[in-house]
Design a protein around this ligand. Structure first.
Ligand SMILES: Cc1cc2nc3c(=O)[nH]c(=O)nc-3n(C[C@H](O)[C@H](O)[C@H](O)COP(=O)(O)O)c2cc1C
Length: 192
């Protein structure tokens, strides 16, 4: 029996371990359409997404490495070969990486953080759409998302922000156990 959208939400987990295959073009089309249903103040469509797959992931890994070497030199530090290899291999952790970018358009009524939230909502919808199609993903950021060298290499403009790298693929192993949280700990009736 197919689970309801709410069941899907309640069972959503991230998958740090991902392998081939990637979702088919048809499934990806559905996943992308879900991202485009994110709430969007003034319908600015403040998002754009880059798909990094196949050998291009190695280019991205090289970009991570050179960016980190540059950043470490500025701190008068040197990266070890182990650290450099780890950076090069980062994008190989999934067959597909979706770079989610907020355009951060200048707008009188919609500040940049609202546009970034909108892109974040799109990322969440993609995670859900992937899971409901038997695939998985994980939203990552880290230093590389903020790094000017990485941004330039990906063609991301200075005012734009990389909201996340969505690693996408087929989950390996069992889904992790979900830590039960009590809504009462987070939701309170406001007492004026
Ligand atoms: C904005 C944002 C950035 C994140 N960056 C990373 C990251 O760089 N590395 C990482 O392992 N997890 C990162 N996470 C957390 C994972 O995506 C994931 O949510 C977390 O491991 C909890 O797992 P769950 O989604 O299954 O509850 C980030 C989450 C968000 C919302």
């Amino acid at each position: 029996m197919q689970s309801s959208p709410v069941d899907q939400l309640l069972s959503r987990v991230s998958n740090p371990r991902l392998s081939e295959p990637s979702p088919s073009p048809e499934i990806l089309d559905e996943v992308f359409r879900c991202a485009l249903r994110a709430p969007d103040h003034m319908r600015l469509r403040p998002w754009r997404y880059l798909l990094v797959e196949g050998a291009h992931r190695e280019f991205l890994g090289n970009l991570f490495e050179t960016a980190s070497i540059e950043a470490s030199m500025q701190r008068d530090e040197t990266l070890s070969e182990t650290q450099r290899e780890k950076l090069r291999k980062m994008p190989l952790r999934a067959p597909l990486i979706i770079v989610a970018i907020s355009k951060n358009l200048p707008h009188a009524k919609v500040p940049m953080h609202e546009q970034e939230l909108s892109v974040g909502a799109g990322l969440s919808y993609m995670l859900l759409a992937l899971q409901s199609n038997g695939f998985g993903g994980i939203w990552r950021t880290g230093d590389m998302a903020e790094n000017a060298h990485v941004k330039a290499g990906l063609g991301v403009q200075a005012q734009e922000r990389i909201v996340g790298f969505l690693y996408v693929g087929t989950p390996l192993g069992d889904p992790k156990k979900i830590e039960p949280l009590d809504p009462a700990d987070f939701f309170k009736v406001w007492q004026p």
